[in-house]
Design a protein around this ligand. Structure first.
Ligand SMILES: Cc1ncc(C[n+]2csc(CCOP(=O)(O)OP(=O)(O)O)c2C)c(N)n1
Ligand SMILES: [Mg+2]
Length: 691
């Protein structure tokens, strides 16, 4: 379907600092035109919502045009990075694409750029460095940091625009991101859109009355200032241009508190009954758009403005007509499911050695070595860093110290701080930062000091990274390393198994190796995958034993279960450290009870590939599932459900599910032994079950 030809005046989407020194009429009218288009669009969207033709939360940017339009015109759309918020329709229009494409997104129709999986302002254009917003306020800042850094690492002098409201300013992510940007000296323009309200809550109920948000800049070691964007548009544009120029040149972040307006309440359904008497009129009196228009009219441009207004309105109406005629989206369940993950990537051209040293290093490059599990991961990480220039590693204490478990030992020395660096205690912003890097072509590997601390980055992992491809079509290749598991007296906050928590969310892949060889292979397989991959590394395995690790051309086999024992009586499924325990139990039962088991080490927890195990259960008719995580809602529940619903007719006994107790992991070794499966307990349960 042909989209209406846009008015010629919309061809100009840029504004330079130089032309703002003494702005010409054309310059001012360009700014006016985009402000007016944005306003017409937001108002028409509201009408369409009231007619039932748009749905969901429809937030408008009426009143915010005095900020967002000059800002987006000034940005270098060919290299800068942005993540617009729900007040920034005008910014989206300026960043690119036809007005109809924006409407198709709002109508969530068959031509929606997010395939109608998202609606309204929840979109971006990742290829052109506009990051799609997620609802969780604050969480979009980290990705702006990462994508901007990715541009800089590629030698491009980009700057990033990260927005938050007066409401969003209270989230932890804001603090983490401001600190991280300053620490890494990233050229980020942080913009606070202070419109006096967060939904119905006034600023006075969000932070102490004496607080001026921009003054927080000093605490982060950056410059900041406030500006009232409702007063004079040309002054706003000039001030912003100067600030952006400084950020681009100095690569230091800045914090701008933009006083702005929210003229139509929080969203289309908002009754605004919480506003104080006269407040609405006071807001309207400060509306920058009519004031700007009046200035231009006073300067003798009334006829030109009238013509522009008419042309813009006609264009918007024509676009609405076209987009309304687009069919509703077809329901293609296969596509919906398939797009949860980015498509498989071809294998990377790895050199056939287990470790490749940096070019100027005198370390050997062998193709087989006897290594612990931790050393195997260290070798794999070194190989990735040496062979893949887009890779980098971040995490707490992973630099000089080599990580809490010494898995990253010596990597800083070999590859330098730009590629192996300590992160502050800011799991959420750091993961957001990694997301931004990943979406722009870098491939970060993030170590969580203990898997337990990954809950600090829950939103970034499960709602941002995990849904990225599904929402936007862009790949988000991340490796998240989780040192997990108990048995070494580290207590309830350093011992947990979190696979069932994270894998309840779609879009995350997960590997859980049990041997040094599989650990080595898993790093490579996870690294080259185009999705977020959690690598579970059981701490009890790090130094359990040494084993030969060789270059394995079939390293991708780690995505499928490995059969460790063949038997007749039952099928035994496990993974991680429990694999070693299960092997002992199977061998004992075979020797003492003459009952043999098919034993599978799952290795990959997501996506599950259970074909061989289904076949085994269908043959043996009996199933044992063992894992270290807690029993209730544990990963075993999913395994048992899947394996028994498909093989119900073949079952000869109720399945046996062995897991940890439903309690926080206790500290004392005596208590921890009771909490988690041990060889003796598993043996006892299995033999009782054998009857
Ligand atoms: C972390 C988080 N909590 C709650 C919400 C629900 N919510 C959506 S918008 C909003 C108000 C946001 O206020 P502000 O940051 O000032 O932005 P504004 O809407 O005023 O532009 C709230 C509470 C959310 N999106 N994110
Ligand atoms: Mg607000």
């Amino acid at each position: 379907m042909a989209f209406p030809t846009p008015p010629a005046i919309l061809a100009a989407r840029d504004l330079s600092a130089a032309e703002l020194e003494n702005p010409s009429t054309d310059t001012l009218i360009r700014i006016y035109t985009w402000m007016q288009l944005s306003r017409i669009g937001d108002n028409r969207n509201l009408d369409l919502f009231r007619q039932g033709l748009m749905k969901g939360t429809l937030t408008g940017g009426q009143g915010n045009e005095g900020l967002i339009v000059p800002l987006a015109l000034l940005a270098d759309k060919a290299k800068d990075v942005v993540s617009f918020t729900h007040r920034d329709f005008g910014g989206h229009l300026i960043w690119g694409q036809h007005y109809c494409e924006h409407l198709n997104q709002y109508f969530a129709n068959a031509l929606s750029p997010t395939q109608a999986r998202e609606g309204n302002v929840h979109r971006g254009d990742p290829k052109n460095r506009s990051l799609p917003m997620i609802s969780h306020l604050g969480a979009m800042l980290g990705p702006v940091l990462g994508m901007t850094d990715s541009q800089r690492r590629n030698g491009i002098d980009a700057i990033g625009f990260a927005f938050f409201g007066d409401g969003g300013s209270s989230t932890g992510d804001i603090h983490e991101s401001l600190n991280l940007a300053s620490l890494l000296s990233l050229p980020i323009v942080f913009v606070i859109e202070n419109n006096c309200y967060a939904y119905s809550t006034p600023c006075a109920e969000q932070f102490a009355p004496e607080v001026e948000l921009w003054r927080r800049a000093e605490g982060y070691g950056m410059k900041g200032f406030a500006i009232d964007t409702t007063v004079d548009v040309a002054t706003t544009a000039r001030t912003l241009a100067h600030a952006f120029d400084t950020v681009r040149k100095t690569s230091r972040p800045i914090l701008i508190e933009a006083h702005t307006l929210r003229l139509r309440g929080h969203a289309a359904y908002d009754t605004c009954n919480y506003l104080k008497a006269g407040e609405s009129d006071a807001f309207l009196a400060r509306d920058p758009l009519p004031r700007f228009r009046a200035q231009l009219v006073a300067a003798g441009h009334a006829a030109r403005l009238d013509a522009i207004d008419a042309e813009l309105s006609a264009f918007v109406e024509a676009c609405i007509k076209v987009s309304l005629a687009v069919a509703r989206p077809t329901v293609d369940l296969d596509a919906l499911k398939a797009d949860v993950f980015a498509p498989p990537s071809p294998p990377l051209p790895w050199k056939p050695t287990i470790a490749v040293s940096a070019p100027n290093s005198d370390l050997r490059s062998p193709n087989s070595e006897v290594l612990t599990f931790a050393q195997a991961i260290n070798h794999a990480l070194r190989k990735v860093l040496a062979e893949r220039p887009e890779s980098l590693i971040l995490g707490q204490d992973i630099g000089t110290y080599g990580g809490a478990f010494k898995v990253t030992e010596n990597l800083l020395g070999e590859f330098g701080r730009a590629r192996v660096f300590n992160s502050p205690l800011a799991e959420s912003a750091c993961t957001g930062y990694a997301i931004g890097l990943a979406v722009n072509g870098h491939r970060p590997i993030e170590e969580f000091q203990f898997a337990d601390f990954s809950t600090e980055a829950m939103t970034q992992i499960t709602q941002n990274a995990a849904t990225f491809h599904y929402r936007s079509g862009a790949a988000c290749p991340l490796v998240l390393r989780y040192p997990c598991g108990g048995g070494i007296t580290l207590g309830s906050f350093h011992s947990q198994e979190l696979e069932s928590v994270f894998l309840a969310f779609p879009g995350i892949k997960a590997l859980y190796p049990s041997t040094p060889q599989d650990a080595f292979d898993a790093v490579l397989a996870a690294y080259e995958d185009n999705n977020p991959v959690i690598l579970f590394e059981h701490k009890g395995l790090y130094r359990r034993a040494k084993d030969t690790v060789a270059w394995n051309p079939n390293y991708r086999d780690v995505w499928t279960p490995k059969q460790l024992r063949q038997g007749e009586h039952a099928t035994f499924v496990t993974y991680g450290e429990m694999t070693h325990l299960a092997r002992e139990v199977c061998d004992y039962v075979a020797a003492e009870y003459e009952q043999t088991f098919d034993l599978f080490d799952l290795r990959c927890l997501s996506p599950l590939k259970l074909d061989a195990i289904h076949a085994s259960v269908a043959r043996t008719g009996r199933l044992v599932v063992l894992h270290e995580g807690r029993r209730t809602h544990g990963f075993g529940a999913e395994l048992v459900a899947r394996l028994t619903e498909q093989n119900f007719a073949h079952l000869k006994a109720a399945p046996l599910r062995i897991a940890s107790l439903d309690i926080p992991v206790p500290f004392a070794p005596e208590l921890e032994q009771v909490h988690r499966p041990t060889t003796d307990k598993v043996l006892e349960l299995v033999t009782a079950w054998l009857g």
